[in-house]
Write a protein that binds this ligand. Structure first.
Ligand SMILES: Nc1nc2c(ncn2[C@@H]2O[C@H](COP(=O)(O)OP(=O)(O)OP(=O)(O)O)[C@@H](O)[C@H]2O)c(=O)[nH]1
Length: 353
């Protein structure tokens, strides 16, 4: 679903690029060019804001088609109006369109509007999410702006257009790699990344499988969303641990790999993770509790908005690589040690040579 976003952005970039090329075309009058130089960047900033705010449904849905028609069609409509010399109708001359800097199509309204949209919305959003998609959208917005500001300097404009195409390609590739290699819920490297990393492990290495205790019961009691919160919490604790690399293996299972085989140090690290998770008070708001069923009714009795804390535990099984052992066999052994830890009463870490 999220991948549809690229098509809308591509549509907008293509439409703005086409219209900006027409700015240079001789078919436009001097006033027509001026209108495009003032209004096209303003319209473009408004459209990128719209695109970043609205959900992006599949293109073939009526809403998707409408959104695409808006982002592609409005710049084209502006071009048609400029070709028809329609600027007299909208009082263009009153618009204070004098450029602030000679050679750049930068007017006061554009400077203020783009500073507001980029500074208040795009930059904080990209920083908050840290995702390649949001950073790409910010870079594309800035490069589109640069391209439109430099319509009077074709060499600079071509350079900005080239950088724009490269940014889109880079953003798309990074996102595809992220989809394949990064787990969306926890943002840890996913199983495919683990398998790649395992191939590189040396003779002195170790792998740990870990699993949340009684997670099915936890999900049934507090709901799937709180379960997801637990998985994110565990990922955050694993990420903090030095000397090892964490992966989400799948479901409620995680994997840690060590590129050394020091049993004492590994035991210490696993104990530290286990204790941090076990002692972490997870805050629950009452509205997150189940909305139906007997258990839900009992829990909702506690009053709306009340904050309750719960704790979870994990079990860990670590296999230190044996001479001649394949990484697959080591992983399987770690899994069976994990089940020994479960049978030993859970909330514990076992390490075996
Ligand atoms: N919230 C949430 N739950 C998940 C996710 N992936 C798997 N689960 C749940 O994890 C639970 C795993 O349950 P089991 O394999 O029976 O294990 P368990 O209840 O943790 O019991 P033990 O492992 O023996 O302590 C199932 O209820 C799955 O639905 C996820 O991404 N989010």
């Amino acid at each position: 679903m999220r991948q549809w976003s690229w098509w809308y952005w591509l549509g907008l970039v293509a439409s703005v690029f086409f219209v900006s090329q027409r700015v240079l075309a001789e078919a436009l009058t001097e006033d027509g060019v001026a209108v495009l130089q003032v209004f096209l960047p303003l319209l473009m900033v408004a459209l990128v804001l719209l695109l970043s705010l609205l959900p992006k449904p599949p293109l073939w849905r009526p809403l998707g088609l409408t959104l695409l028609a808006v982002v592609v069609g409005l710049p084209l409509l502006l071009l048609l109006l400029s070709l028809a010399d329609a600027q007299h109708w909208w009082g263009f001359n009153l618009f204070a369109a004098r450029p602030l800097v000679a050679g750049l199509s930068l007017s006061w309204p554009l400077l203020l509007f783009s500073l507001l949209v980029v500074g208040v919305w795009f930059i904080p959003r990209a920083k908050r999410s840290g995702q390649p998609r949001e950073w790409t959208e910010l870079a594309v917005t800035l490069l589109l702006l640069l391209m439109l500001l430099t319509t009077q300097q074709p060499q600079l404009m071509n350079l900005a257009a080239f950088a724009l195409a490269l940014t889109l390609l880079l953003g798309l590739t990074t996102q595809m790699l992220n989809l394949a290699y990064v787990d969306e819920l926890t943002q840890l490297p996913a199983r495919r990344a683990l398998m790649n990393e395992m191939r590189k492990l040396g003779r002195r290495s170790a792998v740990t499988m870990l699993d949340v205790d009684h997670f099915k019961k936890f999900n049934d009691t507090y709901g799937h969303d709180v379960g997801d919160q637990v998985l994110r919490l565990i990922a955050a604790q694993l990420r903090k641990e030095p000397g090892c690399k964490a992966f989400r293996y799948g479901g409620e299972e995680f994997t840690l790999i060590f590129s050394h085989a020091d049993k004492e140090e590994i035991t210490q690290r696993l104990e530290s993770v286990r204790q941090r998770v076990a002692n972490y008070p997870l805050r629950l708001r009452s509205q997150r509790r189940p909305v139906s069923g007997k258990k839900g009714q009992q829990k909702r009795g506690g009053g709306a908005g009340k904050v309750k804390t719960v704790k979870v535990t994990i079990s860990l099984g670590c296999a230190i690589r044996r001479p001649g052992e394949s990484t697959d066999a080591m992983l399987k052994r770690a899994d069976s040690i994990l089940y020994k830890a479960k049978n030993a009463g859970r909330n514990c870490a076992l390490v075996s040579l």
